[in-house]
Design a protein around this ligand. Structure first.
Ligand code: HEC
Length: 128
């Protein structure tokens, strides 16, 4: 009888412990999700979507112009840079004839992602 009671007590403590663990897990998940939802990470977006053409440090490649020291990026209003990212710049609209391809319109990016990547581009452009 005592053995059974002790076993029940042991089980109960384990359940309380598991509930606590679960609580901490849910809390951690919540923090991770709210973090990514609140602030789009300009550097990460740039790395994933822009660096293949514009270079890992924005130094430019054989396919696309550099952002480092780029007067258009440094001097333009955020809205004008946003427009290039949203609509792209291809065909007759192209500014740099030395690159065979144009800037593809980024149709799947949210406004917040574009804002974050424009801010990041501005820091790349101003980097010495
Ligand atoms: C497939 C290659 C490619 C990808 C990917 C790409 N770009 Fe471009 N981008 C170009 C090319 C080529 C140009 C030059 C277009 C021209 O001739 O005007 C350009 C031009 C630009 C310009 C105008 C620069 C200037 O000096 O006028 C901006 C701003 C820009 N890209 C931002 C981005 C951002 C932000 C991303 C990622 C979300 C991105 N690009 C991804 C190829 C690319």
């Amino acid at each position: 009888m005592i053995v059974i009671l002790e076993f029940k007590f042991f089980l109960k403590r384990r359940i309380v412990y598991m509930k606590k663990l679960l609580g901490i897990g849910v809390l951690a998940l919540g923090v991770a999700f709210s973090g990514s939802a609140l602030a789009a990470d300009g550097a990460a977006i740039f790395k994933a979507k822009c660096s293949p053409c514009h270079g890992a440090e924005g130094q430019g490649t054989a396919m696309a112009p550099a952002f480092k020291g780029n007067a258009f990026i440094m001097d333009s209003k955020v809205e004008d840079i946003t427009a290039v990212i949203k609509s792209g710049r291809e065909g007759a609209a192209k500014k740099y004839k030395q690159f065979a391809i144009g800037m593809p319109a980024q149709k799947t990016m949210t406004d917040e992602e574009i804002k974050a990547v424009v801010e990041f581009q501005k820091t790349l452009a101003a980097a010495k």
